[in-house]
Design a protein around this ligand. Sequence first.
Ligand SMILES: O=C1O[C@H](COP(=O)(O)O)[C@@H](O)[C@H](O)[C@H]1O
Length: 232
Amino acid sequence: MSARLHEFKDGAALGEGLADRVSAALADAVTARGKATIAVSGGSTPKAFFKSLSTRDIDWAKVTITLVDERFVPADNPRSNHLLVAENLLQGKAQAANFLPLYRAADSADEAAKIVSRDAEALGVPFDVVILGMGTDGHTASFFPGGNNLANAISAETPRGVITMEAEGAGETRLTFTFASLQDARLLVLHIEGQGKMDVLAAAENDGPETDMPIRAVLRRAATPVDIYWAP
Ligand SMILES: O=C1O[C@H](COP(=O)(O)O)[C@@H](O)[C@H](O)[C@H]1O
């Protein structure tokens, strides 16, 4: 396992520090390849980071933002990760960015996953930046312990793309990029806050099955070393 820890004094400093790093990576990608891609997580942790990143002076029209994972709910649902990103990241300077949603008003989540997997091919590979979160159950993306599609989601053999996940701890049916899609991002970040999450991370670094704490798949097998951004 090769991970680097970046520690900040509080959540505000963490959001700023991560926005510094990510905006530099996106600007470098635009310079090198004429475009940049980033997949971000939802949940309660990323708000301050999103707000800070949205103010950064980069060529947002050349940046495509998508989600690491999403609930199978429309964008006006308060639990939608799309809504979180719309209200906190796709603002200010970042309003000019392109956004690829995961939710589609399809007949089923499986159908939506197929449609968005096709659409995501246009982004190219790998992602320039992936920002993962982690739940206190050790899930990351929508790789939930006990998930009906977990083995498939974290298998190195499962191709890039978006698949569905149902799990007791997940609430709604989820749409999630597979491990293969996320693990080789040019910049791969795990963004966590609070001592509780640091304790969960320490537990994940111990021996044990990946299916018990799916973040282990990323810590152990990602092609890109994980940059951990944390504040107490
Ligand atoms: O369900 C989810 O939770 C995780 C972590 O969320 P947090 O509220 O503990 O920050 C998040 O990474 C994931 O994208 C989201 O769908």
